[in-house]
Design a protein around this ligand. Structure first.
Ligand code: GTP
Ligand code: MG
Length: 256
């Protein structure tokens, strides 16, 4: 049997992203064989999962199946958080203490990104997640800096014909995050000017996502804070013909 303590020490992947993107559908997929009806989450949910074969945890590449250490290494936790704007404090709380977090899975509805407000909603949430990782990195006291936390942008619902393909999901999000970044910087400057009655007093470095320069935001800029961002398309529901979540398992395996 397993003790609560043993399961508490398992590597954790945090599931975040806008409401309705499929986080709970993915989390419960790992537990059930039949499709569970999901509805808007109001509470976080922790699910103990097992990396399905043939995917291999990166930490176990040299172990053989059947080895108890190998079997142990396939276990991890998925922490599913509510995506509704008023319930994001659950995700924010986990992000502000990311010691136990091995990776962040940001689930988006790839069809919702094709239009507004879906695109802006996803982009501003993702902007905030990345900014909190950056703050964690830049405020670290150790000279080595904290280990970077990788981010998977899980582009879900590829079974829908209106879904953007993964390369467009990446492009659209980078473009929309560029806009979020610009408008946040302007809001900060305005607030700073209003407070001091003068020019900007706000420490922009800390609030500006990515490289200090102007111009386009790209996920690759997150390499500077040790965070790799991958965009992988899949569909949790809708059948194997249009794809599966294999790409997501593979990413989890690479980080497990
Ligand atoms: P919150 O809990 O509100 O943050 O949402 P969530 O991200 O947990 O979304 P949830 O898993 O509840 O899924 C929302 C809806 O999308 C449900 O009706 C799912 O059945 C549906 N859904 C999830 N994955 C897919 C998919 O791959 N394709 C399609 N077509 N629908 C999906
Ligand atoms: Mg949910």
């Amino acid at each position: 049997y397993r003790t609560a303590a043993a399961s508490a020490s398992l590597p954790t992947f945090l599931l975040v992203g806008p409401s309705g993107s499929g986080k709970t559908a993915f989390a419960t997929l790992t537990e059930r064989t039949s499709i569970a009806q999901t509805h808007t989450s109001t509470q976080p949910l922790t699910i103990e999962a097992l990396l399905p074969s043939p995917h291999v945890p990166a930490s176990s590449h040299y172990r053989s199946p059947g080895d108890p250490a190998y079997e142990r290494s396939r276990r991890f936790l998925l922490l599913d958080t509510p995506g509704h704007g008023k319930l994001r404090h659950y995700a924010t709380a986990s992000l502000s203490d990311p010691k136990s977090i091995r990776g962040i899975i940001f689930v988006v509805d790839a069809a919702a990104l094709a239009e507004e407000p879906g695109l802006n909603e996803a982009a501003s949430y993702l902007h905030d997640v990345l900014l909190s990782l950056q703050k964690r990195y830049t405020s670290a006291t150790s000279s080595k800096g904290p280990t970077g936390i990788p981010v998977l942008v899980a582009a879900n619902k590829m079974d829908l014909f209106t879904a953007l393909p993964a390369n467009l999901v990446k492009h659209q999000l980078e473009k929309a995050i560029t806009e979020v970044r610009t408008s946040r910087a302007k809001a900060l400057r305005d607030a700073g000017a209003a407070l001091s009655g003068g020019e900007d007093e706000v420490d922009e470095e800390r609030e500006w996502l990515g490289e200090g320069g102007e111009g386009h935001f790209e996920f690759s800029q997150m390499q500077e804070i040790g965070t790799s961002v991958s965009v992988v398309g899949a569909n949790v529901l809708g059948g194997k013909e249009t794809g599966s979540v294999d790409g997501w398992w593979e990413w989890i395996g690479e980080n497990l």
